[in-house]
Unconditional design. Structure first.
Length: 238
């Protein structure tokens, strides 16, 4: 074991040791802070309730994979008026809750997805040694909380059939595509994503209201027919 602070994935983490395994993988042993802060009341605590271990994938070093074995403490809150009895270390700058990779690795995967696209991004991640991250990134995108949704219609077949596209405006990514553009389908989809949001009922009620004046746009053939009847050339016999 060799202790090196430069292997730290971020602030608030103490490196306990670094080892290279027989299959050329780096294992970094780390631990969180020696003092816990209750997320509810903000009181400090030194009374440790237990430990848990998280395994996080970090950036590769010279082509070799790096795994951070992070010891996370669980603390007791001694404040009598606080409803929370125990709590765990929160390291938002290191990794998201229940994530299996560090936050800086997730940021690189997100940048590759937005800049390179689907297949080129996958090939580039494989080249960088991030092949195993594709499944984790897709799962994280599905399970991540959506707060701002953009709804628009789009054409499956021009002037024939239309669908509805749902976009996560914060992450600038397509979330889902519905087969039609009816209000009922959009409202049902919103209820599955936001089951406890009162704003969904308000949005669904507004979507059910018919427009004050709705005029159907005439087709191209109809416009041509009206034009020919209005500006028809006089015949030679007339």
């Amino acid at each position: 074991m060799r202790t090196k602070s430069k292997w730290s994935p971020g602030p608030g983490v103490k490196i306990l040791g670094v080892a290279l395994t027989v299959d050329d993988r780096w294992i970094v042993s780390a631990a969180g802070s020696a003092i816990g802060i209750c997320p509810d009341c903000g009181r400090r605590s030194r009374s440790r309730h237990g430990w848990s271990r998280r395994s996080l994938q970090d950036l590769r070093v010279q082509g070799q994979s790096v795994t951070v074995k992070l010891l996370v403490s669980r603390w007791r809150c001694a404040h009598e008026e606080c409803a929370r009895r125990t709590f765990s270390d929160r390291l938002p700058t290191i990794a998201a809750p229940y994530a299996r990779r560090t936050r800086r690795v997730g940021e690189i995967v997100g940048l590759l997805g937005h800049s390179a696209g689907g297949r080129p991004g996958e090939r580039l991640m494989e080249r960088l040694g991030m092949r195993q991250l594709k499944r984790d990134a897709a799962a994280a995108q599905r399970s991540s909380q959506i707060r701002v949704v953009g709804i628009d219609d789009w054409s499956w077949r021009r002037a024939t059939s239309y669908g509805t596209i749902m976009v996560d405006l914060e992450r600038r990514s397509v979330v889902d595509i519905l087969d039609d553009r009816s209000v009922g389908s959009a409202a049902k989809w919103l209820r599955t994503i936001f089951p406890s949001r009162s704003s969904v009922a308000t949005a669904a009620a507004c979507m059910r209201r018919p427009p004050v004046k709705a005029h159907r746009r005439p087709s191209r053939s109809r416009i041509g027919f009206i034009w020919s009847r209005t500006f028809a050339r006089p015949s030679r016999n007339s």
